[in-house]
Design a protein around this ligand. Structure first.
Ligand code: ADP
Length: 438
């Protein structure tokens, strides 16, 4: 049962009990108040006794007579005035007077006397005119018995409910503390007991630990991959430096070393820029605004401006549906297209073809870059989106890459609420498609 329901039920039941107790008290006090003038009570009780004694039916049942009730003393006499049963706090020698309340004083106190006659018997009732025993007694009895009971009931119930609600929270806090103090993010709370809210909270914590764990793992992996990848060009640079420093090195070898150093330094520069872009995209440290604009025009102008040293003599063709309006960020979108185009040239074949197309399908726009180059083997297709992944090959283009371009492409697509996919066959070419919601 949920904690909310428990507390609500408890409060409702307590309110019901209290309301019932209050109503009962009011009813009792009310009826007692009506009869609470001592005279009224005296008349009532003497009449009750007369009826209860069955004397009206010609019998006499003495056991049913209340000789003392609510401050009223009742005695039974014969017609001639002889006492059959009962006693008074003091003696009263007043003559019997049927149905009349008589006031009399005895020992500084005032009493009321009331007599009733029936079938040869006198019923006499006496009460102290200042008697308050009935009403106060009722109120006090009720107060002394019911109220403490209700207070204890409420306190016990409240304590039980708060105990069962808060105990799991303490457990949860202790377990969470253990995980964070021990720096062990592989641990989980796995809370099986407790209210529904507590179990949900524990599940949320577990999900949070899971995300933290995978994000820390990713971070660790990223750092180790990055340092590993940077080490290769740096090692090459250092080797070339020591080679160039040798005295006997020829002019040509020196120039070659400088070239290698320059190439590798550029690679480090590119890698650090790309790493920075990935971090910015992933952490969202830079806000990239998406704006609704004409993607067709944007793509056409990009292709016109696109410059690449094309030693392979590749033919670039555009097939762009006009006036496709989409929400995108100029800088990121040009980065994405540029990365795909550079790859298409890098991995394209001599004298090959690249086709860039843009079209709409339903409520999506599809931007694709198709080449007829070296293609990607099926076993590598899923891996190309991973950071630093490069297909191992003797191809010089693949050697020169950083393996970060496509993971940037994927991040940019996600940031636009879209996705990227690839279709490719080895030695036949590849088709990269970006799908954007319109
Ligand atoms: P790189 O800097 O190595 O190009 P990418 O992340 O852009 O890094 O690409 C990862 C790998 O995917 C490349 O090394 C390459 O093996 C493969 N690849 C990417 N684009 C193509 C393509 N158009 N044709 C064939 N292989 C490609």
């Amino acid at each position: 049962m949920s904690g909310k329901l428990r507390v609500t039920l408890f409060i409702t039941i307590m309110m019901l009990i209290l309301a019932a107790a209050a109503i009962t008290l009011i009813l009792i006090v009310n009826s007692a108040a009506i009869t609470d003038n001592p005279k009224g009570r005296l008349i009532n009780i003497v009449s009750d006794n007369l009826y209860d004694s069955d004397v009206l039916d010609g019998r006499l049942d003495i056991d049913d007579i209340d000789l003392f009730r609510a401050g009223v003393f009742t005695s039974l006499y014969t017609e001639s005035g002889e006492l059959i049963v009962g006693s008074f706090p003091t003696s009263f020698e007043t003559d019997f007077q049927n149905g009349l309340v008589i006031t009399t004083k005895k020992e500084e106190k005032q009493y009321y006397i009331y007599d009733l006659y029936a079938n040869g018997y006198w019923f006499r009732g006496v009460i102290d005119s200042a008697d308050k025993s009935s009403l106060m007694g009722t109120i006090l009895t009720l107060s002394y018995t019911i109220l403490p009971f209700l207070i204890i009931l409420a306190a016990c119930g409240g304590w039980l409910i708060s105990y069962s609600t808060f105990k799991p929270i303490e457990k949860l806090t202790a377990a969470a503390d253990k995980i964070s103090d021990g720096n062990d993010l592989t641990k989980r709370l796995n809370m099986r007991r407790g209210t529904r809210e507590i179990k949900r909270l524990a599940k949320t914590f577990d999900r949070m630990f899971e995300r933290l764990e995978s994000s820390f793992e990713g971070q660790k992996q990223f750092t180790s991959d990055a340092s590993h990848e940077l080490r290769t060009p740096i090692t090459v640079i250092l080797a070339e430096c020591s080679r160039a420093k040798r005295k006997a090195v020829s002019k040509e070898d020196f120039a070659r070393s400088i070239n290698v150093i320059e190439k590798n330094a550029n690679k480090i520069l590119q890698m650090s820029e790309e790493l920075l872009s990935i971090t910015r995209l992933e952490q969202g440290t830079v806000k990239y605004e998406l704006e609704k604009a004409n993607l067709s025009e944007f793509l056409s102008s990009l292709l016109e401006e696109f410059q690449i040293s094309d030693e392979k003599n590749i033919k670039l063709t555009a097939d762009i549906e006009p006036n496709v309006i989409a929400r995108y960020n100029n800088i990121l979108m040009s980065r994405l297209i540029q990365n795909l185009l550079e790859n298409a040239y890098k991995y394209g074949k001599d004298g090959g073809n690249i086709t860039v197309s843009l079209k709409t399908e339903g409520n999506m726009s599809i931007l694709s870059v198709k080449d007829d180059g070296i293609g990607i083997a099926q076993e590598d297709i899923q891996k190309i989106w991973q950071r630093f992944f490069r297909v191992t090959s003797s191809n010089a283009a693949q050697e020169s890459g950083t393996g970060l371009g496509l993971s940037i492409v994927k991040q940019i697509a996600l940031l636009h609420g879209g996705s990227v996919s690839v279709q490719s066959s080895l030695n036949e070419g590849s088709l990269f498609s970006l799908i954007l919601p319109l």
